[in-house]
Design a protein. Structure first.
Length: 566
């Protein structure tokens, strides 16, 4: 029997099966491509949340599976030889039912079997006739190859167009990744300096770079954490229009290496904006974070590094020994003391210090030349830590030698410094003694036999050594009317210093009569007098003298009575 037609028919069936399978796969893939393209476009437009994308993602897969299942069932139904023969007979009516009859009765003979109810010769003749009639016909055209190829081309063009769009636009790449449930935000935030510590009353600049879509506002949230944690506050931060437009410059703003910017930040053709938040004179610590729709930085903390402070300030003031003043302890940096006094500084800081000093500069009063009172740096001796972790004081000593201004400098172990400060030292000089005449009050006129009372009061700020009144007749030799020596008193004071019961004599009253009759004076004579006092300043005692005063000599008064001659 001639089985050429049966082989041709079998090839057509195989071709139909391959075409149906390709069509099935193409339709399923096209369904998935279109579905994910629509999901990508929707996410690109509206930035769908994950709660929306997950069900839509699996819905697309379900739709692709339904299309594949539907066409698989149709493939099973259309995969029979009868369907193929029916298609050939429909496409070529001139063959009649020869194709189906040849297939039904010729197939058993082709495999060595005899079809029941049919003669072998008749079946062979039918097959030969069907082959002869179908030979000039293109019965292979019943397989819709062109339609399938067009469908494949359509799917391929759509896939290529979608892929080109995704590869050309970074935001479409992001949307496609998000459609596949890969969490890739449209915006990325890079903040600096992150967690940091700022010196008290220092300044701080917080920066954030938004890479990607920059159409949404940047929200800055912060809350104070010192002394207690407060509530979050937020505000919108505008972009810094004056910043360098390059992404590498933005990376440098954040403290990144410009050469490594591509490794640390999203690069390519993505836009970006730089935003700043500036603080001045920070006194409290706080937490902060930046956010945009779809992205948020972690919460960072800004701590305050308190500068080293003076916890205790004590100055022992010891006046010169001759003043016999009791020692004083001052707790104020502004010091007033007698020249030559000894100062002992004791400063305790609130944290261990590495170095500390007192910088003394002359006061610009004009009374003291700078060369006589130069600037001096007086180191504070930093003692070892006290017992049980207690911070030991720093000490320094100096002698008061002139008015000064001074500043205390200190650097703690943690690098903080003492805030700016300025104090004053005022030096009091030992004042010269003061003398006041009580008698006579002013210039006097007396007769030659008068007894003139001279009385003077003297005083000094710390002690007297001697005082007296000197007079002179007719510019002759000066004669002491009275001279008071306080040396004996001073010696007694030295003996009583151990008990502290005695102190230096700082004031006294001297008085004595001056008998004029012993000098046999006449109206032509003159008497001059003055008083003096000397203090106890060592090495260079100060002496004070009054102005020269005068006594006028007048004759004795005589009274005359006018007698009426009548």
């Amino acid at each position: 029997m001639n089985d050429i037609f049966l082989k041709r028919f079998k090839a057509i069936r195989q071709r139909q099966l391959v075409s149906d399978i390709i069509q099935l796969l193409t339709l399923a893939c096209l369904t998935l491509i279109v579905g994910f393209a629509l999901l990508t476009a929707a996410d690109w437009q509206w930035e769908l949340s994950r709660a929306w994308r997950i069900p839509l993602h699996w819905t697309i897969w379900a739709m692709g599976g339904l299309v594949a299942a539907w066409h698989s069932l149709r493939l099973v139904d259309r995969a029979t030889a009868e369907i193929t023969a029916s298609k050939i007979e429909s496409a070529f009516p001139e063959l009649g039912q020869a194709v189906r009859t040849t297939f039904e009765f010729g197939t058993p003979l082709a495999v060595g079997k005899t079809p029941s109810g049919a003669a072998v010769s008749l079946v062979a003749a039918l097959a030969e006739d069907t082959h002869r009639r179908a030979l000039p016909l293109t019965i292979e055209d019943v397989v819709p190859v062109k339609r399938v190829l067009a469908l494949v081309a359509l799917a391929g063009l759509f896939a290529l167009g979608f892929a080109a769009l995704v590869l050309a636009k970074w935001d479409w790449q992001t949307a496609a990744s998000r459609a596949m449930l890969v969490e890739m935000p449209y915006r990325q935030l890079y903040a600096a300096p992150g967690n940091t510590i700022v010196d008290e009353n220092g300044s701080l600049s917080l920066k954030v770079v938004v890479v990607g879509r920059t159409n949404e506002p940047v929200v800055f949230q912060n809350r104070w954490v010192e002394p207690t944690i407060g509530s979050w506050t937020e505000r919108t931060i505008p972009a810094d229009q004056a910043s360098d437009p390059t992404l590498q410059a933005a990376a440098v703003e954040l403290g990144l290496n410009a050469d490594d910017a591509s490794n640390r930040m999203a690069t390519g053709n993505r836009p970006h904006t730089l935003h700043r938040v500036n603080y001045e004179a920070l006194a409290k610590g706080f937490e902060y974070r930046f956010s945009v729709p779809g992205a948020e930085t972690e919460t960072y903390k800004v701590g305050i590094r308190r500068p080293v402070r003076i916890k205790e300030f004590e100055v022992d003031l010891l006046a010169p020994a001759y003043t016999r003043l009791a020692p004083q302890t001052l707790r104020d940096g502004n010091i007033t003391g007698l020249a030559g006094s000894q100062l002992s500084f004791r400063l305790t800081f609130d944290k261990p210090v590495r170095t500390a000093s007192i910088e003394l500069t002359p006061r610009t009063s004009g009374l003291i030349e700078d060369g006589e009172n130069p600037a001096v740096s007086l180191p504070l001796l930093v003692a070892a830590s006290g017992s049980a972790g207690k911070i030991a004081p720093c000490t320094a000593e100096m002698v008061l030698d002139g008015d000064r201004q001074y500043t205390i400098l200190a650097e703690a172990i943690d690098g903080t410094r003492l805030p700016k400060n300025k104090f004053r030292i005022r030096v009091k000089a030992d004042q010269a003694p003061q003398i006041t005449f009580e008698e006579p009050i002013d210039a006097v006129e007396v007769h030659t036999l008068a007894e003139l009372l001279m009385k003077v009061r003297v005083q000094d700020d710390f002690g007297l050594t001697n005082a007296g009144i000197i007079f002179q007749v007719n510019n002759d030799q000066e004669i002491p009317l009275i001279a008071e020596e306080f040396q004996a008193v001073a010696a007694a004071i030295q003996e009583g210093e151990s008990t502290g019961a005695m102190s230096a004599q700082t004031q006294a009253t001297l008085e004595k009569l001056l008998p004029l009759e012993v000098f046999r004076l006449t109206q032509k004579d003159s008497i001059m007098y003055f008083a003096y006092a000397v203090d106890n300043l060592p090495d260079n005692p100060q002496r004070t003298e009054t102005e020269m005063r005068f006594v006028d000599i007048r004759p004795l008064k005589r009274r005359y009575n006018v007698i009426d001659p009548d």
